[in-house]
Write a protein that binds this ligand. Structure first.
Ligand SMILES: [Cu+2]
Length: 252
């Protein structure tokens, strides 16, 4: 009785293992069983190698997609609404890339008086120098960065001429205001280089979390799942061949 029950259990396990194996990976299983018939030890090596390859493929896919999503040329710069109330900003960024020195006028006619930066938004190369040139109109102005301390011309002044300049050495978006006239809309922004927040979902760091990286994440999970299935299949095949040989031989 005891032996008979054991035999039934083994047969049931054999059928289950064979069925799961076929469903998981028919080709790999067939090869594994053939190898196992000849030499049970040799089966482990090729199967193990295939598992490692699957994991590596998933990791590489994730890295490549991450790099692709980091490019700054994908879309227009995202000022985060900073320039929304600026009268002389129509959504366009003046492209001054390729120039070592770029001039922004301080006190151009805008925002109900001579209270504008001209242009309000400009794109320059990393390494370029921006010269802020006061027109002498609209009273005292200054240039003070919003959300940083890279730009600061100090006290407001009304004297005309280049009263402030800065050489940009780090990519990004630099928002700034004229302290006395900020509430009127005297604000501006400098976009530097190619690495800055953009409005396209696939361009900036925010987009990469929900966009391109989602696919490689799934691919990686698929690779891990495949590895688990293959290891389980290998184990079942080994058990099958090691302990199930008594039943297989007569059948063949
Ligand atoms: Cu001002």
């Amino acid at each position: 009785m005891t032996d008979g029950s054991t035999d039934v259990s083994r047969r049931a396990f054999m059928r289950t293992a064979t069925g799961a194996t076929a469903a998981a990976a028919a080709t790999g299983t067939a090869a594994a069983q053939e190898n196992a018939t000849e030499n049970g030890t040799a089966t482990g090596t090729p199967a193990g190698t295939a598992t490692a390859n699957g994991t590596e493929a998933g990791t590489e896919a994730g890295t490549e997609s991450g790099d692709g999503g980091g490019g700054g040329e994908a879309g227009p710069p995202d000022f985060g609404g900073f320039l929304d109330e600026v009268e002389n900003f129509d959504g366009s960024v003046v492209d001054e890339r390729g120039n070592d020195t770029v001039t922004v006028e301080v006190g151009v006619d805008a925002n109900g008086g001579a209270y504008g930066f001209g242009p309000a938004a400009v794109h320059v190369d990393n390494g370029a120098t921006v010269e802020w040139e006061w027109t002498g109109e609209g009273g005292g102005h200054n240039v003070v960065q919003d959300g940083g301390d890279t730009l600061d011309s100090g006290e407001a002044t009304s004297s005309s001429g280049v009263n402030y300049e800065h050489t940009f050495e780090e990519d990004g978006i630099y928002n700034y205001v004229c302290s006395p006239h900020e509430s009127l809309g005297m604000k501006g922004s400098v976009v530097v280089g190619s690495d800055y927040p953009t409005k396209d979902s696939g361009g900036g760091g925010d987009g990469s979390e929900s966009g391109p990286l989602g696919v490689p994440g799934s691919a990686k999970m698929l690779g891990v799942a495949t590895s688990v299935v293959m290891v389980a299949t290998l184990g079942m095949a080994y058990v099958f061949m090691r302990y199930g040989g008594d039943y297989e031989m007569p059948e063949e």
